[in-house]
Design a protein around this ligand. Structure first.
Ligand SMILES: CC(C)(COP(=O)(O)OP(=O)(O)OC[C@H]1O[C@@H](n2cnc3c(N)ncnc32)[C@H](O)[C@@H]1OP(=O)(O)O)[C@@H](O)C(=O)NCCC(=O)NCCS
Length: 145
């Protein structure tokens, strides 16, 4: 029987959370530079970003960042940097993080929640579709600075 997942919103850039970021983010992206304590505090203290932290038996096992912003057409939201520790996958942690983010986006008045996921991320794509995300026909562009 899988252990209960507890999802909360980070309110403090604690050493415990920073260490968890350093353990989890490389499992999402091998190229990103390690987050600093002040960058973590910036995410937590910004009105436009919400960092969700999933715990199983008090251990941090997953992270998700929700970005919210008003633009002329609507209040929009994006889900970014979703990662669950390899040892905790397949137990509903990713689902719990996404459901918490969708509830917060709704509470804050967002009309849509967008995300991208490479087709090779099979577990992620399956999870998002199961939760009701619908694939859009659009071109995704990036300008590297
Ligand atoms: C995508 C990810 C966040 C999902 O987290 P998770 O806690 O495993 O999510 P869930 O358990 O809620 O559901 C994941 C799905 O993958 C399956 N799955 C993933 N890993 C599994 C494993 N090790 N064993 C069994 N099933 C697994 C689950 O059964 C579930 O399938 P279903 O939707 O058909 O039921 C996690 O796999 C991850 O961190 N991957 C690497 C980073 C990544 O791809 N992030 C997303 C970027 S867009």
């Amino acid at each position: 029987m899988p252990s209960a997942v507890d999802v909360g919103i980070a309110t403090q850039a604690s050493e415990e959370l920073l260490v968890a970021c350093h353990r989890l983010i490389p499992q999402l992206s091998s190229s990103s530079t390690p987050l600093t304590a002040s960058e973590l505090a910036e995410i937590i203290n910004s009105a436009s970003t919400v960092l969700f932290v999933a715990r199983v038996e008090t251990q941090i096992v997953g992270l998700l960042t929700l970005a919210l912003f008003r633009i002329p057409t609507a209040m929009r939201a994006w889900i970014e940097d979703v990662v669950v520790d390899a040892a905790a996958r397949g137990g509903g942690v990713g689902e719990a993080l996404n459901l918490a983010a969708l509830a917060e986006a709704k509470r804050r008045g967002a009309q849509t929640v967008d995300l991208t996921s490479r087709p090779s991320r099979e577990a992620a794509n399956r999870l998002y579709r199961r939760l009701g995300f619908v694939q859009r026909e659009t071109n995704v562009y990036r300008y590297e600075i």
